[in-house]
Design a protein around this ligand. Structure first.
Ligand code: GLU
Length: 282
């Protein structure tokens, strides 16, 4: 195996790419070049109700238009549900995950704190169910999700540290402590799709041998959970680089849901790839 840095750009095909994605992609390919490594593309389409194949095709088209390329084959998360289930079973055998039957409304009603993303921290209701109660709920067919037993996982994990490079790509890495407690018992297997963003991303970064993760600062806090999962799954922890975010006129991060102008819109208005580079500061 080579010890060359391996990076990835991992968009979700639930809409067209916008300038925020272009920034993230340029960061990833520039980092790969600076560090003497390779950037992969990974399609994060576990949310099968929101992701569409035509958006995957559009991502490939937009990235090629920007002049970016990657080795094939591209990893497609929706082809890997069994891999995620196997990884979850390894944690289940060690009692590191437990079934939770709570509805969103019940969680909101019972939570007394919020996580770094502002969502209610799970109050732990189903952690205390007896085996008999669990069996009864399963037999009744109640929709179930599975949560990480975060306290137990922390006890098993040992040192929770990771290295962060930045603010520039050539800065020396700094060691940081992960604080997964502030997320509580996160969902690893959702009711609808049987996996979750945190879980799939960690399993796949390890499966692909990703050594350096470049992603926006909005995902910085989630690293706490990712490092914990890497430790309990026996994976090595990559280095991290968190890049600046592009903000819209309202001061908020650009997002697909807010109908930010897409790269396709800009292209049809006559923008060139160099115009996009300049607009995002490259
Ligand atoms: N798929 C995630 C997104 O589109 C990013 C993946 C990651 O860097 O963890 O926001």
């Amino acid at each position: 195996m080579s010890n060359q840095p391996l990076l990835r750009f991992a968009p979700s095909p639930n809409g067209r790419l916008h300038l925020g994605h272009a920034l993230s992609a340029f960061v990833t390919w520039t980092a790969a070049k600076t560090w003497g490594g390779t950037a992969l593309l990974r399609i994060e389409d576990i949310d099968i109700n929101r992701c569409k194949p035509e958006f995957t095709e559009a991502i490939v088209e937009d990235l090629h238009w920007l002049g970016l390329s990657w080795p094939e084959p591209v990893m497609i998360q929706s082809e890997r549900f069994e891999v995620y289930a196997d990884a979850a079973n390894r944690l289940r055998q060690r009692d590191l995950i437990y079934p939770c039957f709570c509805t969103r409304a019940e969680i909101v009603a019972n939570a007394d704190a919020t996580d770094p993303d502002g969502a209610p921290i799970y109050p732990g209701t189903c952690k205390h169910l007896s085996n008999a109660e669990r069996i009864e709920r399963f037999q009744r067919g109640d929709p179930v999700q599975f949560r990480l037993h975060t306290d137990l996982a922390i006890e098993e994990a040992g040192m929770l540290t990771y290295t962060v490079i930045g603010p520039t790509l050539t800065d020396r890495p700094q060691i940081r402590y992960a604080r997964p407690q502030r997320w509580g018992d996160v969902v690893l297997q959702r009711k609808d799709i049987g996996t979750s963003y945190h879980f799939s991303v960690v399993v796949d970064d390890a499966a692909q041998g990703i050594t350096h993760i470049t992603r926006g600062r909005d995902m910085e806090a989630a690293t706490d959970i990712h490092v914990l999962l890497q430790m309990v799954l026996g994976y090595s922890t990559p280095n991290y680089y968190f890049h600046r975010l592009l903000l819209g006129d309202d001061g908020q991060k650009l997002s697909k849901s807010k109908n930010s102008q897409t790269l396709a819109d800009l292209r049809s208005e006559g923008w060139t790839p160099d115009d996009v580079r300049r607009a995002v500061g490259f």
